[in-house]
Design a protein. Structure first.
Ligand SMILES: Cc1ncc(C[n+]2csc(CCOP(=O)(O)OP(=O)(O)O)c2C)c(N)n1
Length: 658
């Protein structure tokens, strides 16, 4: 291996050597502990240390790094105390996740490291968001993110690189091409000659770097980062290296030809660099011994500390509490000036006033800038707030949701507009796996609102009509808001944006232009978890939300003799079960109307909870009325038959006469 010794000063060369030695020696110790059954899983980065160490050394301590499972060198180069890493790997309280996640699945703001989720790809979009926040703050910082060559086959890789290119984000995309993705060799993973060539397709500068040569890695990355700080842009680096051990220790390397392992063993980044430093008389046998002993002593001392730590004790209250970041809700009241506006105007006004209130709020979505969005909610926003804060995105829901996560990590709030709620499915992974779980996992919050124009009634077929709230109410960590009236929409949107937790905000398209209400012109907030009682009566309790509330109102208007409590839930997570229990205890009968198809919907859980908690007050079985168990069809007749509106009136009468 050829080292160009003059590119890096001698003191730094020694430092780089020490920095590579540390993860290697830790790993060797971990492999022993693994065999003794003292740690659970291990993904080895042996042979790849030069990349993690070189990249981290070239970044400044206040620049974010997003490592993967083989990048122990990132954590050690940032000087994380080893006992905390050991506690993390043993699932102990002194780690970074309170025993809730394993291995390198954690982040730490203190060390500006954002660890991976198992799904690999979302890391890349998160890096985009972090870099976007830096770009907006004009602070000339670089963000580095890692992926294996296997991870480059994920759509997230394409989306994140494309987004970074379109937005000139200062992200250093580091591919560690180590020959195998689990057992899959590169020729079964991709067809192009070099992964770096993919940069051309994104209009992005890219380079191939000899990943086992620490001086090459460090000096090239250092040079590129300096240039990126002055001239913000993404750069793609393909580091050539090799995975010297199994995917994880249990899986072995049987499928790897021995001559390949032998050839790469010759290229060991530490052994070779050590020989070079010895030849150059920068290093001596004595110094190697000293360095090793220092590291061994640190490992031993910190391991003892971690082993001495008690196992996590279960505190269920704490477990439940940590799913969400605490939100100190501020009730902001309005003055008396109102205007009769549509629900769509209320959403637009609420969003606009939040943009005025929060200077660090960015909105992102397809066609939302000059065009104003397909529903015109953000019309005029570019003129008011500029294109930095009102951002058109390419068609890449997953990268945009991930970027919203990154923005939040770097202190910027965001609202993402799904063009239609249906399309959230292509951004589903970061919503349910990243935003939803991040606070529980490592105490980071996701200050993100996803606006979801949803619902049926317009004959728009299976992909522009769904009301998919149940995909999210199922997932702990998300909040779900679903207003039925302009007043609620405006106040609840303001609260959603103030809340530091991820909120799915459903806006029924069928209500956008049909429902008017006198709405205060000022900014105001409304609390989550408080249903509204729209009608009061003693015969029966009707519970609904969204468009269903208006169907229920129609039925009750058609039957003025029915004395019903009508409860509009307004928010589904949290849900105001107390309002439902109080009403059911009074009326003894409950009918729940939901626009979504029946099975696994919100109505089913309300039904179950009422049966569990109010059984002795019930005078009849709880009735759920919902759409058919089919996808939602296009033609008017089929759609009407699918929706529960027509069936509801009859079911209401049936239950009353039970
Ligand atoms: C979305 C997803 N699919 C599959 C996996 C299982 N898996 C974990 S790591 C891995 C191989 C990754 O290969 P690569 O990106 O090259 O990284 P390496 O392990 O070689 O460092 C696979 C298939 C996963 N974690 N996430």
């Amino acid at each position: 291996m050829l080292y160009k010794g003059d590119s890096v000063d001698k003191a730094m060369q020694l430092k780089l050597y020490q920095r590579m030695l540390k993860p290697r020696l830790i790993e060797e110790k971990m492999l022993i502990l693994l065999r003794q059954g003292k740690i659970s899983k291990w993904f080895s980065g042996i042979g790849q240390e030069a990349i993690a160490v070189g990249v981290t050394s070239a970044l400044r301590p206040d620049e974010y790094i997003l490592p993967m499972h083989r990048n122990l060198g990132v954590f050690t180069t940032r000087n994380i105390p080893l006992h905390r890493l050991f506690s993390q790997w043993q699932g102990k309280g002194n780690g970074f996740t309170k025993g809730r996640d394993r291995s390198f699945h954690f982040g730490t703001q203190e060390y500006k490291i954002v660890g991976m989720i198992s799904h690999l790809g979302p890391q890349l979009g998160v890096a985009d968001g972090i870099a976007l926040a830096d770009l907006l703050k004009q602070n000339n910082k670089v963000t580095a993110v890692f992926t294996g060559e296997g991870g480059t086959s994920e759509g997230d890789f394409h989306e994140a690189l494309n987004l970074a290119a379109v937005w000139d984000l200062p992200v250093l995309f580091c591919i560690e091409n180590n020959g195998y993705g689990l057992s899959t060799p590169t020729n079964e993973q991709y067809r192009c000659e070099n992964l770096a060539d993919k940069g051309i397709g994104y209009g992005m500068e890219s380079h191939i770097v000899e990943g086992n040569n620490i001086l090459e890695v460090y000096s090239q990355v250092d040079f590129i980062c300096n240039s990126m700080r002055k001239n913000p842009r993404p750069v793609l680096l393909e580091f050539r290296t090799f995975r010297m051990r199994g995917h994880e220790e249990a899986s072995g390397t049987k499928y790897v030809p021995q001559q390949l392992l032998d050839a790469w063993e010759e290229k060991d980044p530490i052994v070779n660099f050590e020989n070079f430093l010895l030849e150059e008389k920068i290093l001596s046998a004595h110094l190697i011994e000293t360095f090793k002993n220092e590291i061994y002593a640190e490992i031993d001392y910190d391991l003892k500390k971690a082993f001495a730590e008690n196992e996590i004790e279960v505190d269920e209250t704490k477990e439940l509490k940590d799913v969400y970041k605490e939100f100190d809700y501020q009730q902001i009241n309005h003055n008396s000036t109102t205007k009769n506006i549509r629900l769509i105007d209320a959403v637009s006004q609420g969003l606009k006033q939040s943009m005025e209130r929060h200077e660090n709020l960015v909105v992102m979505g397809q066609d939302i800038a000059d065009y104003g969005g397909v529903f015109k909610i953000t019309e005029g926003f570019v003129e008011a707030f500029g294109k930095d804060r009102v951002r058109n995105t390419p068609i890449c829901e997953s990268a945009v949701v991930s970027a919203a996560m990154g923005l939040s990590i770097n202190g910027v709030k965001s609202v993402v507009e799904m063009q239609f709620a249906d399309f959230v499915s292509t951004g589903f992974n970061p919503v349910v796996n990243y935003l939803a779980k991040v606070h529980y996992r490592w105490g980071e919050h996701a200050d993100v609102v996803i606006r979801m124009p949803c619902g049926a009634g317009m004959g728009a077929g299976p992909f522009h009509s769904q009301t998919n709230e149940a995909w999210f109410t199922k997932t702990p960590g998300l909040k779900v808001v679903y207003p039925a009236f302009p007043y609620d929409a405006k106040g609840l949107l303001a609260t959603s944006i103030n809340d530091p937790n991820p909120v799915l905000f459903f806006e029924h398209k069928g209500l956008y232009r049909n429902i008017y209400q006198d709405v205060p012109e000022d900014y105001y907030t409304l609390p989550f978890g408080k249903a509204s009682l729209l009608r009061e009566g003693t015969d029966i309790t009707v519970v609904s939300y969204g468009l269903g509330v208006h169907w229920a109102l129609e039925s009750l208007n058609d039957n003025p003799d029915i004395k019903a409590d009508l409860i509009d839930l307004r928010t589904l997570q949290p849900m105001d079960m107390d309002a439902i229990y109080t009403s059911v205890k009074k009326t003894g009968k409950l009918i729940i109307l939901q626009e979504d198809s029946l099975f696994g919907g919100v109505a089913s859980d309300i039904c179950a909870l009422v049966v569990e908690n109010c059984f002795e007050f019930l005078d009849a079985p709880v009735k759920r009325v919902a759409s058919l168990e089919t996808p939602i069809p296009f033609s008017k007749n089929l759609e009407n038959n699918y929706l529960p509106k027509e069936r509801f009136g009859q079911e209401l009468l049936n239950l009353l006469s039970y």
